[in-house]
Design a protein around this ligand. Structure first.
Ligand code: ATP
Length: 231
């Protein structure tokens, strides 16, 4: 069973009224790998994650998480989430937020372990609302990994971070991968995919237009440029 995908979409279709947000998308995440979903605004990346999380239902196609329906609680306990625009109780201190979140999981990390991994040891006593945007993103990352997830969903994790904070977060993600955690990440940054991804999937208008390694993607982009120049 180890070679079975940890998360899978098969021919997934999702419509919002007249708009087709996902138009028959296939996606597979293997255990232990980091898959980066790339694509412009509105391509359908967040919708694809929403299906895998069981937050939204597909109109057609199959959706599996650990070989199960993602709405089953057993599947949900095994994942960590860092979504865009996370709403968190603003008055709680970071340490309190982490303790509370960890308490929902059967085998959480210790507070010290989470703080060390996410590099937020200095923020634990601060109220969440008083942090900068980049600091809040780091806390959101810490909350995603405190339950010791087998699979981590990171939706544009480093948006708004400076390059130093971004590289620290990349290092933490690499450490999680080394522990055997699988990661599905969305990003607008090709260099982020390059730094982390085993494979990339490029989406646009609800369709998967490329799947392969970052090198293959770069080669395709370069080829396109050459074709444009010679046209
Ligand atoms: P971004 O990079 O901006 O986050 P994305 O690739 O994650 O974009 P989605 O958020 O999945 O894209 O959106 C895909 C399309 O579906 C967009 O056109 C969006 O406007 C539309 N959409 C998403 N959620 C809804 C909703 N609840 N109701 C109506 N339309 C929606």
């Amino acid at each position: 069973r180890d070679h079975e995908p940890i998360a899978r979409l098969v021919g997934a279709i999702k419509r919002y009224g007249p708009l087709t947000a996902l138009d028959g998308v296939d996606l597979q995440l293997q255990r232990g790998e980091l898959l980066a979903l790339l694509g412009p605004n509105g391509a359908g990346k967040t919708t694809a994650i929403g299906l895998l999380l069981g937050l939204i239902r597909a109109d057609a196609g199959a959706v599996e998480l650990f070989g199960q329906d993602p709405q089953r609680i057993e599947a949900r306990r095994r994942i960590g989430l860092m979504l865009q625009n996370a709403e968190l109780p603003p008055t709680l201190r970071v340490g309190e937020l982490l303790r509370l979140t960890a308490s929902y999981y059967p085998m959480p990390r210790t507070l010290a372990e989470t703080a060390e991994l996410a590099g937020i040891g200095d923020l634990l006593k601060r109220p969440y609302a008083k942090l900068s945007g980049g600091q809040q993103r780091r806390v959101q990352f810490a909350l995603a990994l405190c339950g010791r997830p087998e699979l981590l969903f990171l939706d544009e994790p480093t948006v708004g971070m400076d390059i130093e904070a971004r590289q620290k977060l990349w290092a933490a993600i690499r450490q999680l991968l080394a522990e055997g955690c699988s990661v599905l990440l969305t990003t607008h940054y090709l260099e982020e995919a390059e730094a982390l991804a085993d494979r990339v999937c490029v989406m646009t208008h609800g369709r998967m237009i490329h799947e392969g390694t970052v090198e293959e993607l770069r080669a395709r982009v370069a080829l396109k440029r050459i074709r444009c120049l010679s046209a």
